[in-house]
Ligand binder design. Structure first.
Ligand SMILES: Nc1ncnc2c1ncn2[C@@H]1O[C@H](COP(=O)(O)OP(=O)(O)OP(=O)(O)O)[C@@H](O)[C@H]1O
Ligand SMILES: [Mg+2]
Length: 250
């Protein structure tokens, strides 16, 4: 198992946000994580990414424990995440942001690092255009400050930044929220294409059920901080408890 999370819990004051949560993801697998607002999905991602330190549990990634590592150290382990809310409080360009992502690449051997140094900026930019900006259709706007971009494009830039680090595990927090149906389909297509090409593991938190169903190999359902169900899309849609808690049926 590439990612094996066991019994993770975290509270804020008196509020138990995540309670005994566990999840496995294999290499090359896209696992969806759904559940009502406030269920603890973002908090769970934060516990894997090092943004929050859970009070108990283990987060084993490729046999190493991530719990206790700071976010920048987690990224160096090949784990990249995107954000539910994409802020744009600075005047960096699209290319600047994607280069920041590339700077967080982990696992480079001294030889690779030396090669990258010699290779220089122009080659890095060419590689980022081909591997990241092109597929997300961001190349034509690479020189634009992200403040000038629509919300949908900023979501795409956030994914581009994460992909530029060449992740082996990609944590996506509502990648298609706020996007048009067409933008959402395109984003989902890129996510699947990246998985097919790189065989990375993907955890995708998302409310848009059509995207979850068409993108994920398996789906876990959270409610009130805990996992209440896990199965295929068809199994999740058929489960009475899931339908009651999440899909709003009596
Ligand atoms: N830093 C924090 N301080 C206090 N409470 C927090 C913090 N982070 C999360 N929580 C609480 O933890 C619970 C879970 O929130 P979380 O954001 O993980 O839910 P979510 O499943 O991502 O919801 P949504 O679908 O709306 O994004 C909520 O009650 C939230 O208020
Ligand atoms: Mg959330």
């Amino acid at each position: 198992m590439a990612l094996a999370v066991r019994d993770v819990s975290i509270s804020f004051g008196g509020v138990v946000a995540v309670k005994g949560m566990g999840l496995d993801i294999s290499e090359g697998e896209i696992v969806g994580l759904i559940g009502p607002n406030g269920a603890g999905k973002t908090t769970f991602i934060n516990c894997i990414a090092g943004t929050y330190q859970p009070s108990s549990g283990t987060v084993a990634w490729q046999g190493r424990e991530l719990r206790g590592l700071a976010p920048h150290a987690v990224i160096r382990q090949g784990v990249a995440r995107t954000f539910q809310n994409v802020a744009s409080l600075h005047d960096l360009t699209v290319l600047d942001i994607v280069k920041l992502g590339a700077g967080a690449r982990g696992g480079a051997s001294p030889r690779d690092a030396a090669r990258a140094f010699v290779r220089g900026e122009a080659e890095l930019e060419a590689e980022l255009h081909e591997a990241v900006l092109g597929p997300l259709r961001l190349s034509p706007i690479a020189a634009q400050p992200i403040q000038t971009l629509s919300y949908g494009l900023r979501k795409a830039v956030d994914l581009a930044r994460a992909l530029a680090s060449r992740p082996r595990l990609l944590l996506l927090d509502e990648p298609v929220a706020g996007l048009t149906a067409q933008e959402g389909r395109q984003m989902a297509g890129v996510i699947r294409e990246v998985r097919d090409r790189t065989r990375c593991a993907v955890l995708m938190v998302e409310h848009k059920m059509d995207v979850v169903m068409s993108t994920c190999d398996r789906i876990a359902v959270m409610a009130a901080g805990a996992k209440i169900f896990e199965g295929t899309g068809a199994e999740v849609q058929a489960d009475p408890e899931v339908r009651r808690v999440y899909l709003g049926e009596p």
